[in-house]
Design a protein around this ligand. Structure first.
Ligand code: AMP
Ligand code: MN
Ligand code: MN
Length: 373
């Protein structure tokens, strides 16, 4: 039956047999050159082959998970559990705490934490990392990832260092969830409301609510398909942005009032100590979005939030307001990374010491930009 399929184009072949057809195409592609193939089938062929041959799979992502990490992980989990009965288990696991704001995502309760999980295997046939630029950002999940028989890195960060056996790094994608959508489409796995809600959440969070420069026509086309498959834009937006706990709004107001600026007001930064969080009864995740409020100021070209971590280091969240200023490159100096206009790092020093190390580099970037203008 499959032989007959191979005589046809891969497009016909896939629609006849669903994702299994794309697996068989990917697996035996070396044996036949005759068929017409789509570009995406070639790009994803190693991945599709690996999915077809795995019995056990786990999916993980970067520490400090966000809407894109969780949405991509869960989108894959729902899709593979539905369409790939040969997979005996698809486990999702992250290192560290999960922000409460994502509790509405279908299946979120099934995401395990490395710190507390007791049901994980010691070795999986396949380990997938999503939305993570380097293996050390997997945190406690790193040894599990490195022990997987096949490791896969699915991401969109410009700073990604291709750390896995199979690397699908689409730096032009707005979100890892957009890459996940393309993979599932190529595998001909049908969307449903659960998958669509998860992937929509990944895309809306990484495009800042469809307002960053990564909001392409393709993003909107993908988003339209997700809505047609059951994602509810009003519901998802409300869950993410319009139901904040009081402590979050008050904490951010307090931190915003204490924003400091350089003389030209091109750089704005604020510092969040553990005491500030305690004062408002707030958690680390309640600082999410604060850096955007600083960037919103018209003179600001670089916005920074410096947060004290529980172990006395400084987590930097940075945003650029100019296409000429690459903050990911600045974060690279401190072992971090991210995207050109949204990046981060952890500096091994206190929040009192960090500004003196960081601000001169930012001043320099602004100066270079002004000289080029
Ligand atoms: P955040 O400010 O935490 O929302 O992060 C902004 C962007 O920078 C996201 O794409 C993160 O994945 C990335 N990022 C944040 N911290 C780091 C880090 N320590 N290393 C590499 N990328 C980071
Ligand atoms: Mn992310
Ligand atoms: Mn992302």
């Amino acid at each position: 039956m499959f032989q007959r399929g191979f005589q046809a184009s891969s497009g016909q072949f896939q629609s006849q047999f669903g994702w299994v057809a794309s697996y068989i195409w990917a697996r035996y592609n070396n044996l036949t050159q005759k068929i017409t193939i789509s570009r995406s089938l070639v790009i994803f062929q190693d991945f599709i082959t690996a999915v077809g041959e795995a019995k056990t799979m786990f999916i993980t992502a970067h520490v400090g998970p966000d809407g894109d990490t969780l949405g991509s992980m869960l989108g894959f989990k729902h899709a593979f559990e539905k369409a790939c009965p040969h997979l005996q288990r698809v486990d999702c696991v992250i290192s560290g705490k999960m922000p409460d704001v994502y509790q509405f995502l279908p299946g979120i309760k099934d995401i395990l934490r490395m710190e507390t999980a007791t049901t994980l295997l010691t070795e999986y046939d396949m380990g997938i990392s999503v939305d993570c630029g380097s293996v050390d950002r997997l945190g406690l999940a790193r040894p599990l990832f490195e022990a997987a028989k096949v490791s896969v890195n699915i991401d969109h960060h410009i700073s990604n260092d291709r750390f896995a056996a199979i690397n699908i790094v689409e730096t032009s994608a707005a979100a890892s969830a957009e890459v996940a959508f393309d993979i599932l489409q190529t595998m001909q796995i049908p969307m449903d409301a659960n998958i669509a809600t998860c992937l929509y959440t990944g895309i809306i969070t990484d495009t800042g609510g469809f307002k960053y420069s990564n909001t392409t026509a393709k993003v909107m086309e993908t988003t339209a398909k997700l809505i047609n498959s059951g994602a509810n834009p009003e519901y998802i937006f409300k869950q993410l942005y319009d139901e904040q706990p009081q402590c979050q709004v008050m904490l951010q107001a307090d931190a915003l009032l204490n924003t400091r600026f350089n003389a030209e007001k091109t750089i704005g930064w604020t510092v969040a100590s553990r005491e500030l969080l305690e004062k408002h009864g707030a958690l680390d995740e309640h600082l999410d979005g604060l850096v955007e409020s600083i960037r919103r100021i018209d003179s600001v070209l670089i916005a920074v939030v410096l947060k004290a971590t529980v172990d006395g280091q400084t987590k930097v969240s940075i945003r650029s307001d100019s296409h000429q200023i690459d903050v990911s490159a600045v974060m690279g100096v401190f072992g971090g990374g991210g995207h050109k206009m949204a990046a981060g790092c952890t500096m091994p020093m206190t929040i009192d010491e960090a500004p003196a190390k960081l601000l001169p580099l930012l001043e320099e970037r602004v100066r270079q930009m002004q000289l080029q203008a």
